[in-house]
Design a binder for this molecule. Structure first.
Ligand SMILES: [Zn+2]
Length: 204
């Protein structure tokens, strides 16, 4: 199965592929996809239409996985599934994907979207330090944006706020391999951001 991944960094893509392969029960192949020059949330959202069109017209993928950090935005809630929230990043990505795909009626590849709450480093830390789950983050967010917590996550994972790409890639790979040893527990604690991704992949 050829799967393209659109996320905030090359390291994220390594981790997301390991998680996806575990859920899908197979070893996905890297699909050729759009190279995004800048990374981060706006790039993921803004590049999504071009990536979808490219994958469709080149018939180069069977699936596309999109993952972004929530940062300080509100978590996705199950009631958004019937009424999308304009502030929720999962809803924003879903809407953009649906809008683009509605112009491509013959598109056959599937799309799965997840949000790392509040950042993918919380996923990486979960096997060794499960204190910052989605429910803990929801409580923190109740008192306003917490960039301090997100910075600390990076420090805890990489030992620095500005890791090299090699360190980032290695930590992503190690953490994802640990996560798949108990994916059920991970999904239980990250039900609103990782849960929708896992559910979408299981329907592929
Ligand atoms: Zn939502």
């Amino acid at each position: 199965m050829r799967v393209a991944i659109l996320s905030e960094s090359p390291a994220d893509e390594i981790a997301v592929r390991i998680l996806a392969d575990s859920i899908l029960g197979l070893s996905t192949q890297l699909a050729v996809s759009h190279k995004i020059r800048s990374r981060g949330w706006p790039a993921v959202l803004n590049t999504l239409p071009a990536v979808i069109r490219q994958l469709h017209y080149t018939e180069s993928a069977d699936g596309l996985i999109v993952v972004a950090d929530s940062d300080d935005t509100p978590l996705h809630e199950t009631h958004h599934d019937s009424e999308a929230s304009v502030d929720c990043r999962l809803c924003q990505l879903r809407k953009k994907a649906v809008d683009v795909l509605s112009d491509l009626p013959a598109a056959t590849f599937k799309v799965a979207i997840g949000i790392a709450v509040p950042a993918i480093e919380a996923w990486y830390l979960f096997p060794t330090d499960a204190r910052l789950t989605e429910s803990t983050w929801r409580q923190h967010l109740g008192s306003g944006p917490r960039p301090d917590i997100r910075r600390n996550l990076k420090k805890k994972v990489y030992g620095t706020e500005l890791p090299s790409q090699t360190v980032e890639n290695q930590r992503a790979e190690d953490a994802a391999k640990q996560l798949i040893s108990n994916l059920h527990l991970f999904e239980q604690h990250f039900p609103n951001g990782f849960g929708p991704l896992a559910q979408a992949l299981r329907s592929w």
